[in-house]
Design a protein around this ligand. Structure first.
Ligand code: S3P
Length: 175
């Protein structure tokens, strides 16, 4: 299978959505934001899915959507931060695309998502502590992705430009 997809993974607040939007526009690919698609199909927000159906149900919805998207071509996929927790998700995506793990320090992540109420896992008093705790638990999963890109101090446009430089389409468009 040709690897025509670009899949952005990484912790919350590493820029997957903003970078994905830019990349899709620049490369003429179709953008899929997994959280948005799950929320749309379920008819409720991600916090409501967590609250009413539980995290295991959300992870099952993510898993099913990965299997669907990994079979498609010419996508830019912005995943949810927990996608790496199931190694099969990354393996499936890697078969049909370049998987890029965006990284950022806990402090950068807090700056970017601290005021956002759409992230149920960070709906706690001590957000920095929670970010550090989750990062520690997940670090080995993120580190397992071969292609890593640090985003601290970079604009989404700068990150998108770096990914464009990494990405070599199997069939480059005519100049
Ligand atoms: C999650 C990250 C969120 C969303 C859900 C769970 C996680 O996506 O999928 O709240 O487990 O890290 P973003 O990374 O887009 O915030």
């Amino acid at each position: 299978m040709q690897k025509t997809n670009i899949v952005l993974v990484g912790f919350m607040g590493t820029g997957k959505t903003a970078v994905g939007e830019l990349l899709a526009g620049q490369l003429g690919k179709t953008l899929v934001d997994m959280d948005s698609m799950i929320a749309e199909r379920e008819g409720k927000s991600i916090p409501r899915i967590f609250a009413e159906d539980g995290e295991p149900r959300f992870r099952a919805l993510e898993r099913a959507l990965v299997q669907e998207l990994a079979g498609r071509t010419d996508l830019v996929v912005s995943t949810g931060g927990g996608i790496v927790l199931n190694a099969a998700n990354v393996e499936d995506f890697a078969r049909s695309g370049l998987v890029v793990c965006l990284t950022a320090t806990a402090e950068t992540i807090l700056e970017r998502v601290g005021d956002d109420t759409n992230r149920p896992l960070l709906a706690v008093e001590d957000k920095l502590g929670k970010i550090k705790e989750l990062l520690a638990v997940r670090q080995s999963y993120y580190d397992a992705v071969p292609c890593q890109l640090a985003t601290d101090g970079k604009s989404p446009a700068a990150v998108a430009a770096e990914i464009c430089a990494l990405y070599e389409p199997a069939d480059p468009p005519d100049q």
